[in-house]
Write a protein that binds this ligand. Structure first.
Ligand SMILES: Cc1ncc(COP(=O)(O)O)c(C=O)c1O
Length: 470
């Protein structure tokens, strides 16, 4: 590490950082200045292995020339075209390319700018679909406990993470939740999908929620095939298929939020492919442009799109919804370049091929102090720690800081560390991720109270902060 005085921090005062403990961060900032391949470069020139593909959004690795060139050229050719009542050819081409990448039948595409907008768009499409087909009383939305569908009002309503909801009022009405499938008491340290309990849990949807509300009032059920943000919750075998059957039986639209599970994360294009369940609506974002330009998409079954076209008055706007930046040219250019990379490098197959090595490295952490559960699927692993009484997340945060110090970026949420590297990761880098994590866990556990004190980490960055730029 270079503890030199030439490193200048920016003025940290003005930027209100998202989902960040601002005061804590600004007292010991962790800033990246460059990224290439599977590594970030920190402000003090350290190479930090990216164990999280950015925020799950850089499946093809950082700094891809193909994407940079496509975006740069597009900017200089057509920077913007109005998105409402006019468009540009690349928007249609991107939709066609994405439709071809989608699970069978989901070939009508609406573009957004993020996963949150995709979730709210999908919910609105579901409600409007029932209205346009003569069922306006089907207007309740069902989500799942510990679900994450972004931060907009629809998304937090159907989402099931209390801390994301409690500060923001009453939210949408007509929303309920099914239970999440995590069952550590019975399934701790399961590799891949838990074998048991899936059907019974899915049946609860019909037995409890649908009985309570009456199925004819429910517009849609939205779930992530694998719950990512709330700590890597892998569904038990048969569970999603049973949810599909129940939705079909009762005329309820099934929405898969594939913002994390899309683009090869599980070793298939989509979670839908992995679990062999086709939803009516699928949302994505993140990997769609390899994380470089904000873009999301909602794909719907052709029948849904057709219902809007056939049942709306001639000349009417069939769906009064959209964004100024829906399908902006540079996002389209980035998406097509990303899809090209996936086609050429077969990143889904690469992830599938690496997944058993990844799984055995992840489960190699079993038996370390504080490790309560390890869950994995594809190139995702969650390591859950025992919670120190009244200090939820303290241990995982300290492990995250120690990893950063040791040159590895991981993600922590509550007392869970999530690992989701770029799909371009190499075997030796997978080994390094988990050996570094092992060293960090052992270190933090060995330090007792001092190990939990953030001030004991990242000396260098604190030194920079002391330089005080302006
Ligand atoms: C399943 C899921 N849906 C939606 C979102 C929100 O995406 P964004 O942050 O792009 O709005 C996320 C983000 O992590 C996600 O994991």
């Amino acid at each position: 590490m270079s503890a030199n005085n030439t490193i200048q921090l920016p003025n940290l005062s003005h930027y209100w950082m998202p989902f960040t403990a601002n005061r804590q961060f600004k007292s010991m900032p962790r800033l990246f200045k460059a990224a290439k391949g599977n590594y970030f470069t920190s402000l003090d020139d350290r190479k930090i292995l990216d164990g999280t593909a950015g925020l799950w959004c850089v499946p093809a690795g950082h700094g891809r020339n193909e994407i940079a060139t496509a975006v740069g050229n597009q900017l200089l050719t057509l920077d913007y075209a109005p998105a409402f009542q006019s468009s540009h050819p690349l928007a249609f081409e991107t939709a066609e390319r994405l439709a071809a990448y989608m699970p069978t039948g989901l070939d009508r595409i609406f573009f957004t700018n993020s996963g949150s907008e995709s979730a709210d768009t999908a919910l609105k499409i579901a409600l409007a679909y029932h209205r346009v087909t003569g069922n306006p009383l089907r207007n309740k939305l069902i989500g799942r406990e510990r679900g994450y569908h972004g931060v907009n009002f629809g998304g937090i309503a159907v989402g099931g993470i209390a801390s994301n909801r409690k500060a923001f009022g009453n939210g949408l009405t007509g929303v309920d939740h099914i239970r999440h499938p995590l069952d550590i008491a019975n399934n701790a340290f399961t590799k891949g999908m838990p074998a048991d309990g899936g059907i019974a849990l899915a049946n609860e949807f019909e037995q409890r929620i649908l009985t309570l509300h009456d199925p004819s009032t429910i517009a849609a059920l939205i779930v992530e095939p694998m719950q990512g943000s709330a700590g890597v919750i892998v569904p038990p075998a048969g569970y999603l298929k049973r949810l599909r059957e129940i939705c079909t039986k009762h005329g309820i639209l099934l929405i898969f939020d594939e913002v994390i599970t899309g683009f090869g994360r599980l070793g298939t294009r989509w979670g839908s492919d992995y679990f062999e369940v086709i939803p009516d609506i699928l949302t994505c974002a993140k990997g769609l442009t390899n994380g470089v330009v904000p873009m999301g998409a909602v794909s719907v079954k052709r029948e849904l799109y057709d219902a809007f076209m056939e049942n709306s008055a001639a000349g009417a706007i069939e769906l009064p919804h959209g964004y100024t930046y829906s399908a902006i040219p540079i996002a389209c250019a980035a998406a097509i370049a990303t899809l090209d990379i996936f086609a050429q490098e077969k990143l889904e197959d690469r992830a599938a091929g690496l997944s058993s090595h990844f799984e055995s490295c992840a489960h190699g952490l079993k038996g370390l102090p504080m490790v309560k559960d390890i869950r994995n699927i594809g190139l995702v692993a969650g390591i859950e720690f025992e919670t120190i009484p009244n200090r939820l997340g303290a241990f995982a945060f300290a492990v995250y800081l120690k990893c950063y110090e040791l040159g590895l970026h991981v993600r922590y949420t509550g007392d869970i560390i999530a690992i989701s590297p770029p799909l371009t990761i190499e075997k030796h880098e997978i080994e390094r991720i988990f050996s570094t994590l092992s060293d960090a866990i052992k270190f933090v556990a060995s330090q007792g109270e001092a190990g939990l004190n953030a001030n004991n980490y990242l000396k260098n960055e604190q030194d920079w902060a002391a330089i005080s730029p302006r």
